[in-house]
Design a protein around this ligand. Structure first.
Ligand SMILES: Cc1ncc(COP(=O)(O)O)c(C=O)c1O
Length: 346
């Protein structure tokens, strides 16, 4: 092991070799800029094959931008976006959604990072009342920031609820691959087939160097998006290099291989820590995050040796995140270190 095992985030991982090879392969001679090239055309078509004919994919650099610009296409400044209190758009985007949309984020407390129609219902009380921001979009993350998953039926129920009330459903799929691998389903089952209207399709956390896609399943949302993306400073001139990465990720199910490894390593880590004195696994990992409660001095000492984040300072819960690149040897070495430190502090 040439480096200390890293459990900070799936975006600490490097680039998958097949993605790197695709980047090198795309690096031959000139090509038309701003997405008017063969690779971008092929990748956009590939998204239609994967997500259904209605899918209109647009490439951007960042997950935050994918979320903000997707929501911008769905809302006006007097609108509101309903999301979980723990949502990335609510707590990890430095207010970018509010700044760029003008709309209000209304955040909903949840036990597990997941919205339900029952949790949303009270937020619709003032629909039609000009004194209140008008809920226009529901945004969910699949997988959630807490590593939990919506079932297909739960997504469908949210989509039906949103549509019945004149709202649209956005999905933050920064970890969509992890979710699909965990549920054993295809992407479209969780998205277009489940009633999702707009999707932020993650690539960076599943092996790309950089690159996300905003995907719309309604033509009226896609219509103005080229302008929204350019004004939002996410129109990449050398777009072929994002497209080439997505083509590699979606070829031969590389995405599933990568996501499966990440999920499996999280499960393995949780298993190896399950009976460790001084360690409490907060919830069984469903995807590629393990949340554990440790004593503060154990956290401090481990963080001197390994990269991982404290998730909740009040409860001393930390997050261990695995990626496509995490190996069994890394999990074993890290689990051993956690067991030793936590055991010694008992
Ligand atoms: C749930 C979720 N959405 C979106 C993002 C996108 O982040 P970035 O803008 O860093 O690509 C992240 C990254 O941590 C995330 O965890």
């Amino acid at each position: 092991m040439a480096h200390a095992p890293c459990f900070a985030s799936d975006n600490y991982a490097g680039v998958h070799p097949r993605v790197m090879a695709a980047l090198a392969e795309a690096n031959h001679g000139p090509a038309k800029a701003y997405g008017d090239d063969d690779l971008t055309r092929a990748a956009r078509l590939r998204f239609k094959e994967v997500l259904g004919e209605s899918a209109e994919a647009f490439f951007v650099f960042l997950g935050t931008a994918a979320n903000v610009l997707a929501l911008q296409a769905m809302t006006k400044p007097h609108h509101a976006v309903l999301c979980a209190a723990t949502a990335h758009i609510n707590v990890d985007e430095c207010g970018a959604p509010e700044r760029h949309l003008g709309a209000k984020l209304m955040h909903v407390d949840t036990p597990d990072g997941k919205l339900t129609p029952a949790l949303l219902e009270p937020f619709l009380l003032h629909l039609g009342n000009e004194h209140h921001n008008q809920p226009r979009a529901v945004s969910i993350a699949q997988a959630t920031e807490l590593g939990t998953l919506y079932s297909l039926a739960e997504i469908r129920a949210l989509a039906d609820f949103a549509h019945a009330n004149g709202l649209l459903l956005h999905m933050d799929g920064a970890r969509l691959g992890n979710a699909a691998a965990a549920l054993g389903c295809e992407f479209r089952a969780m998205t277009s087939d489940a009633g999702v209207d707009a999707l932020s399709f993650g690539g960076t956390k599943n092996g790309l160097m950089f690159g996300e896609a905003v995907v719309f399943f309604r033509p009226e949302l896609a219509a103005d998006f080229p302008f929204i993306r350019k004004q939002g400073m996410q129109l990449c001139s050398k777009m072929r290099f994002i497209a080439a990465q997505f083509l590699a990720l979606l070829e031969g199910d590389l995405w599933r291989e990568n996501a499966r490894n990440a999920n499996l390593m999280a499960r393995l880590l949780a298993e190896k820590l399950a009976d460790a004195p001084g360690v409490r696994i907060v919830q069984t990992p469903q995807t590629n995050a393990v949340f554990a409660a440790l004593k503060p001095q154990v956290i401090e000492s481990l963080q001197k040796r390994f990269a991982f984040y404290t998730w909740d300072y009040a409860t001393n819960v930390v997050r261990f995140m695995t990626s496509f690149a995490t190996t069994e040897a890394e999990v074993e070495a890290f689990a051993l270190a956690v067991r030793q430190e936590a055991g010694a502090a008992e």
